[in-house]
Design a protein around this ligand. Structure first.
Ligand SMILES: [Zn+2]
Length: 377
């Protein structure tokens, strides 16, 4: 770091590993302007995971000097100063200068794209606040294309130049947006896009989904999953990581329903009933003790605890209420918590108010209970 100013005047600071201490007395709840100037060569940080598809988080430079970032549950702090937790959303303007014809891609609307003296500068503006784990930066030799959903949402597709098959895979996003909008309401942001990188996983980075370089993460169900997160996870985020299941449970159920609606004879997708039965079968043995909220989550998402069990819970409620009522409340809950980071209690209160049902025993049994409730409960 080179300098810090608070409200226009230089402030003393010290830095200890990931923490910056700024020495300036402040009045609680007053507003202040903090400017931090810094430069450096960011390094990825170890990920708290045993997953095979990644071992580090943050800013990654490839063998070919391309850049990509993925940073859930944290890692943004490895490349810019930020309160790196999901309750502190912020607006972002990101300007990237790269050697032409390479292009820097980030979240939001592309508001400028200029070349000068062998460099290309792109400026992105994010119109809605985002949590730091949802920020993306990618730099590489990108080609650009776009598609449009029937409802008129334009999706920007950034894919490696000369790789049209990657673009083909991305265009599943057009119809996916229409399918999701029919259930969760209009796409919530002012821009949409997908950027392909050299990572091995996919991430729901806000307004600009980041996908990696393999057939699985480029598949339509994974794209649908990351696009559903634009509503569940990005528009409304968890206040802390114990509640990451708020993002993943509903998203996994939506993915399963999309696969059911788009099941084809060549083996793609399958009916939701068989998917639900499969998820229940996986919930056996010691895993029964792993309720979504019984562990303080600091690591990446665990498939059974954070995706499948809460997906089973939402499916039970969907069957109880019927699709129309269920998705009507899912939409009103997103509107009620628009662009905020919320707790499970906020979410429980909304569903109880809208259904008129006493649901605390239901939610508690699924989220905190020691065994999985039987089907249909
Ligand atoms: Zn997810």
């Amino acid at each position: 770091m080179t300098s810090v100013t608070v409200d226009g005047t230089e402030a003393k600071f010290s830095q200890a590993q990931k923490d910056i201490l700024i020495l300036r007395p402040l009045v609680r709840d007053d507003r202040h302007e903090l400017v931090i100037r810094y430069s450096g060569k960011p390094q990825p940080v170890p990920a708290p995971t045993t997953r095979e598809d990644f071992s580090t988080l943050g800013f990654t430079v490839t063998d070919r000097d391309e850049v990509w970032t993925m940073q859930e549950p944290y890692g943004a702090y490895s490349w810019y100063p930020v309160n790196d937790q999901p309750a502190d959303k912020a607006l972002y303007d990101i300007t990237v200068t790269a050697p032409d014809p390479w292009t820097g891609i980030a979240n939001g609307r592309l508001v400028a794209n200029t070349t000068q003296d062998g460099t290309r500068t792109t400026e992105f503006q994010l119109d809605e606040p985002a949590a730091s784990y949802l920020i993306t930066l990618a730099i590489g030799d990108y080609a650009h294309s776009s598609g449009t959903s029937k409802s008129g949402v334009v999706l920007d597709y950034w894919y490696p130049r000369g790789q049209p098959l990657v673009l083909d895979a991305m265009t599943a996003g057009n119809a996916a947006i229409d399918w999701i909008e029919a259930r969760l309401g209009p796409y919530p942001f002012s821009s949409a896009g997908i950027v392909a990188t050299d990572s091995m996983s996919a991430m729901e980075t806000q307004t600009m989904v980041t996908i990696g370089d393999n057939d699985y993460v480029r598949s339509a169900p994974v794209l649908v999953h990351e696009l559903v997160h634009q509503w569940y996870g990005d528009r409304v985020s968890p206040a802390d990581w114990r509640d990451v299941w708020l993002n993943e449970g509903m998203t996994m159920l939506m993915q399963g329903l999309w696969e059911s609606d788009n099941a084809s004879e060549d083996g793609g997708g399958r009916p939701i009933k068989s998917r639900i039965a499969d998820w229940r079968r996986r919930d056996l043995g010691p895993a029964r003790r792993l309720r979504p909220a019984r562990r303080l989550r600091q690591g990446p998402v665990r498939r059974l605890e954070h995706l499948l069990l809460p997906a089973l819970m939402w499916n039970a409620l969907r069957l109880e209420l019927g699709d129309d009522r269920f998705f009507e409340i899912a939409r009103s809950r997103l509107a009620a918590h628009d662009n905020r980071s919320v707790t499970r209690d906020d979410m429980y209160a909304h569903w109880e108010k809208e259904t008129g049902l006493e649901l605390s025993a239901f939610f508690d049994a699924w989220i905190m209970g020691r065994t999985t409730p039987p089907p249909g409960v």
